[in-house]
Design a protein around this ligand. Structure first.
Ligand code: CUA
Length: 335
């Protein structure tokens, strides 16, 4: 009669395997280390599949031995044979296997951080809770933006990563590994996207209340499109074109928004919060929390702390609705 163990083992193991497969099936799209669109992510995904395959093989062997053990007669085995099984399977095999994996993993590391042939450098700082992104144009001029990173496809890009206060971790799973942003030091991460498209980056280190509300868009584009985009971002802000936007700009300046935010080409020159010079051109608002449309701008200005707890920007819900609406039109018009 099969023991109670062998009857239990199969359904439990089958269920966990099913669960693992289901979980893996969710790993595609914009933010997945298993759908690589960059050289670093490709190496990491390859390592993952080798390790997953190895784990599956070991699991099958262990299950096989466990099943066999429930049926076998103890007399059929010599002490000597049993000892070799324990030494071989319990000591030699794991040591060889884990050493091999360690060497393979260590060999990947230099390639993930080498700054050879870097075509572009981008400074990114993890803030409470958004990303300050700084590019240098061909003329050496710094262009600051927020919560959006654009990259030319097929070129190596070096990110200089830091933070003014707490530790964050900069991670674009589709393109490569994650690197911590540590106050007082600058870490480097080199990525090389191999496909155009829009991906999602996230903070991978718990950094406070709204840790889950700081993501960013990563757009990989052709070199020409990238150069055009960066030239546009380097331009000062567009002037408001209609009366509603003009009223919005007045309200923006009158309510002191310019003390924290910069809008290049206007008197708003704050540096505490995100640069808003081209905020209307971004793919999302409030670090991936809201879409970048007029309604979202109005909700954000009026209810920032309800949408993103502990955010430094105060909510301006006390302002008249008409002013909030005008400001939303002004900001979303900053293309
Ligand atoms: Cu920033 Cu978690």
């Amino acid at each position: 009669m099969p023991s109670i163990h062998s009857q239990l083992l199969i359904p439990v193991s089958g269920a966990s395997l099913g669960l693992a497969l289901l979980t893996l099936a969710g790993c595609d799209g914009q933010q997945s280390a298993l759908a690589p669109a960059g050289t670093g992510a490709q190496s990491i995904a390859t390592l993952f599949w080798w390790m997953a395959g190895g784990a599956l093989a070991i699991w099958l062997v262990v299950m096989g031995i466990a099943l066999y053990a429930t049926h076998a007669h103890p007399e059929a085995h010599s002490i000597r044979g049993a000892r070799w099984l324990i030494i071989g399977g319990g000591v030699i095999f794991p040591v060889v296997m884990l050493t091999g994996l360690l060497i393979y993993g260590l060999m990947l590391m230099p390639q993930l951080s080498s700054s050879e042939n870097v075509a572009l450098r981008i400074d990114v700082s993890g803030e409470q809770w958004w990303w300050r992104v700084r590019y240098r144009t061909a003329t050496g001029e710094a262009v600051e933006l927020a919560n959006e990173v654009r990259l030319p496809v097929g070129e190596r890009v070096a990110f200089s990563l830091t933070s003014p206060d707490v530790i964050h971790s900069f991670w674009i799973p589709s393109l490569g590994g994650k690197v911590d942003m540590i106050p007082g030091r600058t870490n480097q991460l080199v990525l090389e996207p191999t496909e155009t498209g829009t991906f999602r980056g996230a903070c991978a280190e718990y950094c406070g209340t709204s840790h889950a509300l700081m993501s960013f868009a990563v757009v990989v584009m052709t070199r020409e499109a990238f150069d055009r985009w960066l030239a546009e971002q380097a331009e000062p802000a567009q002037r408001p074109t209609d009366e509603l936007q003009q009223a919005g700009q007045q309200a923006f300046l009158a309510n002191g928004c310019g003390a924290c935010h910069q809008v290049r080409g206007t008197e708003a020159d704050g540096t505490v919060g995100p640069d808003l010079t081209h905020v209307g051109s971004r793919l999302s608002l409030a670090a991936g929390t809201l879409p970048a449309d007029v309604d979202a701008f109005e909700r954000w200005i009026g209810h920032s702390s309800a949408i993103k707890p502990d955010v430094k920007m105060p909510a301006f819900g006390m302002l008249p609705e008409a002013q909030l609406n005008a400001m939303a039109h002004y900001l979303s018009g900053l293309q």
